[in-house]
Design a protein around this ligand. Structure first.
Ligand SMILES: NC(=O)c1ccc[n+]([C@@H]2O[C@H](COP(=O)([O-])OP(=O)(O)OC[C@H]3O[C@@H](n4cnc5c(N)ncnc54)[C@H](OP(=O)(O)O)[C@@H]3O)[C@@H](O)[C@H]2O)c1
Length: 330
């Protein structure tokens, strides 16, 4: 299969540290260009990251007829605008999470995707992580019992006033940035969508963004999950899953590059049972290759817009619950 030619909109940190290495390492992708709003920044980013072409505007990259797929790592409030511009120029688009901040935007993008036949996907790299696929298989086969309950956590420390996460008008805050991970992972593992949610959040007075959030989701089968996320705490990501007889611990859940934590540890009662061990892999590279397979071979892509639509509904219901201080039905 011929490699798909990719361009990146914005010299973003996530692009530099995760997606550029992933594209270079991938099987089906070739990274050919980066664009920045500033030509000098684009030139430096291209030179430092071994990218052949640097554009001084996003429009110029979208006008390049050689580029087939575009990766968008812009601040959250710009995702939808640039997805639409890229698709209208005939590009397939992989966009960072959260892909959109409203249900109507996702619905409009679904219509655009369907009318153009171009793929629009959301970049949740953990959806491409082999360990989490194994976890899903354990729940699908039911060999450890029915999944009844889960708890997820994503904490980090970020009080940088210049960071997009601390800017309300740019779609900042901990729920949009990191709370999305336990929620998306839980929805996947339970295999159903919540019918009720509840949430409480603390708002940072200086930045006007949520810096600490606790929430729960109730699924139609009667299963529940809870989560916490926050931007004022030492880094920690973890999920625990419970069946009637087993507890499954998944450390560093949303990442696959930690040598010591790339395991699923099961417990029966308080006693450790089986440990599933996994190789360190680049889940971002799998994500880019899976996107190409979806583009070219029409294989399903796990970060589909239908996934985004359901996820966005849950997130907005959580915000509503925090605002109204009551349980919200979906
Ligand atoms: N999947 C993951 O694991 C993961 C991890 C981290 C972040 N993310 C997501 O990736 C996105 C970017 O996060 P990041 O931490 O990489 O952000 P970042 O370093 O601040 O990069 C965002 C880029 O957007 C461009 N930009 C265009 N208009 C802008 C504006 N008005 N204000 C600020 N920047 C603007 C800038 O590029 P130019 O100046 O070059 O134009 C900037 O470098 C977010 O959606 C975030 O949720 C995903």
């Amino acid at each position: 299969m011929e490699k798909v030619k990719w361009g990146i909109l914005g010299a973003a940190k996530i692009a530099q540290f995760r997606i550029v290495p992933a594209l270079h390492r991938s099987t089906y992708c070739e990274l050919v260009a980066v664009a920045s709003r500033n030509q000098q920044k684009a030139d430096e980013f291209a030179k430092n990251n071994n990218i052949p072409v640097a554009y001084g505007s996003y429009e110029q990259l979208l006008d390049d007829p050689l580029i087939q797929a575009v990766y968008i790592p812009l601040p959250n409030h710009l995702h939808v605008e640039w997805i639409e511009k890229a698709v209208k120029k005939g590009k397939h688009v992989l966009c960072e999470k959260p892909l959109a901040l409203s249900v109507s935007d996702v619905e409009r993008l679904i219509a655009l995707r369907d009318s153009t036949g171009l793929l629009i996907g959301e970049a949740y790299a953990m959806l491409h992580q082999p360990r989490l696929h194994q976890l899903k298989r354990l729940f699908t086969t039911g060999e450890l019992g029915k999944l009844d309950s889960a708890h997820g956590c994503f904490y980090l420390y970020n009080r940088d006033k210049n960071n997009v996460r601390n800017k309300y008008e740019k779609g900042g805050g901990s729920l949009w940035d990191i709370g999305v991970y336990p929620i998306a992972t839980g929805r996947w593992m339970f295999g159903e969508e919540p019918v009720e949610v509840s949430c409480t959040m603390e708002i940072d007075e200086q930045f006007n963004v949520d810096y600490h959030v606790t929430g729960w989701l109730r699924f139609p089968s009667g299963s529940h999950m809870s989560f916490v996320c926050g931007m004022r705490y030492p880094d920690h990501t973890h999920m625990s899953f419970y069946t009637e007889n087993h507890r499954l611990e998944v450390p560093s859940t949303y990442f696959s590059d930690n040598e010591t934590q790339n395991v699923i540890q099961t417990y029966k009662g308080l006693t450790p049972a089986k440990t599933y061990e996994f190789e360190v892999v680049d889940q971002y590279s799998f994500e880019c290759d899976n996107f190409v397979l979806a583009m070219q071979k029409k294989q399903p892509f796990q970060g589909s817009l239908e996934h985004t639509l359901a996820q966005t509904k849950v997130l907005l219901a959580l915000f509503e619950s925090a605002k109204l201080k009551k349980v919200v039905e979906l």
